[in-house]
Ligand binder design. Structure first.
Ligand code: NAP
Length: 311
């Protein structure tokens, strides 16, 4: 059986997080034929966030699941099509963009890339071996497995702090291991973490190895100031050492910085005419749901203008 061929669509959106869902809402309301391709859950990283406190309109906060559900429902209301697949390649046939999955080829006039980011791997021995057996990148997914246990959280940014705070609901004790002696995360999360009796800090320290048998049992930690290496018992290791953009499949097509973030102008135009980028996958100062939503609207509007001018 050959590959399915579909299109041409006016717009294909890759990624169904807040940027992609907003772009889809705008392009489908503009009556542009729109296909959104998402390979996992609608909502992106929002789905792994317990409570979102900094998205306007929800004074008491909103759960990540609920905000994802609401954004998806609203985006679908105006006729946007969706398909559950991973995009493997985007290429050009003149002005036409060709978007490929494992079993289908979609043609379109514009693409809006909204692929977001994923958690960076620490790259130490034991990390891959114990992934899913004590090593985790998602507190909301795995927190309940660590009831009454002693765990460590690695990192000093917003992810490490918010996920650590969430994990205190389950664990007996938690140590945040950070490579410096000052946290990077937002002040309010710092205050909450520092005043939480279940949270301890191990400063100026890096994890060198994760050890265990059927699951994680210990970690080897080095103090970067003194050089001292120690082994600590632990039941679990949650890693939040930054994010990497999901743009690998666009290498060679679009300009990106050394970290893989897509280079755009302020109207979300990439280095290729008719391809736009929105949200966390593009190079920008702040990565929040609010900024992703703004990007999604901007990219959709710029795509609409591009299509009008092409006619
Ligand atoms: P991040 O801000 O880049 O922080 C990564 C942390 O990991 C930093 O503390 C960094 O240390 C540390 N780190 C990096 N590489 C390391 C290594 N090899 N070994 C040990 N430690 C390492 O990443 P993030 O916390 O995932 O946040 C990403 C973005 O999402 C941010 O813009 C953040 O504001 C946003 N976010 C927001 C919320 C919220 O508003 N509720 C929640 C989650 C994330 P250094 O500090 O020394 O560089």
């Amino acid at each position: 059986m050959g590959e399915k061929q579909a299109g041409p669509y006016e717009v294909i959106i890759i990624g169904g997080g807040p940027a992609g869902l907003t772009a889809g809402l705008y392009t489908s309301r503009a009556r542009l034929s729109t296909l959104l391709i998402e390979n996992a859950l609608y909502g992106g990283q929002m789905t792994t966030t317990e409570l979102i406190e900094n998205y306007p309109g929800f004074p008491q906060g909103v759960t990540g699941d609920e905000l994802s559900r609401l954004m998806e429902e609203q985006a679908r209301r105006f006729g946007m099509e969706t398909v559950a697949k991973e995009v493997l390649r985007v290429s050009l046939e003149g002005d036409t963009k060709v978007v490929e999955t494992d079993n289908a080829i979609y043609r379109c006039e514009t693409v809006i890339v909204c692929t977001g980011t994923e958690y960076r791997k620490l790259g130490v021995p034991g990390e891959r071996e114990f992934a899913g057996r004590g090593v985790s990148y998602c507190a909301t997914c795995d927190g309940t497995f660590f009831k009454d246990s002693q765990i460590v959280v690695v990192g000093g940014g917003d992810s490490a702090l918010t996920e650590a705070l969430f994990l205190t609901k389950f664990v007996k004790e938690l140590t945040i291991i950070h490579r410096r002696d000052a946290l990077r995360g937002t002040k309010i999360y710092q205050e909450r973490a520092c005043s939480n009796p279940k949270i301890k800090f191990l400063w100026n320290s890096i994890v060198q190895e994760i050890k265990g048998d059927s699951g994680v049992r210990s970690i080897v930690v080095k103090n970067v100031r003194t050089g001292k290496i120690e082994e600590f018992a632990t039941d679990g290791v949650f890693l939040f050492v930054g994010l990497v953009p999901r743009t690998q499949f666009l290498r060679g097509l679009l300009q990106m910085d050394e970290g893989g973030y897509l280079l755009t102008n302020e109207d979300c135009e990439t280095s290729v005419k008719g391809i736009f980028a929105a949200g966390d996958c593009r190079k920008r100062l702040l990565r929040q749901i609010a900024t992703a939503v703004g990007d999604g609207a901007t990219a959709a509007f710029t795509a609409e203008k591009y299509l009008e001018e092409k006619e």
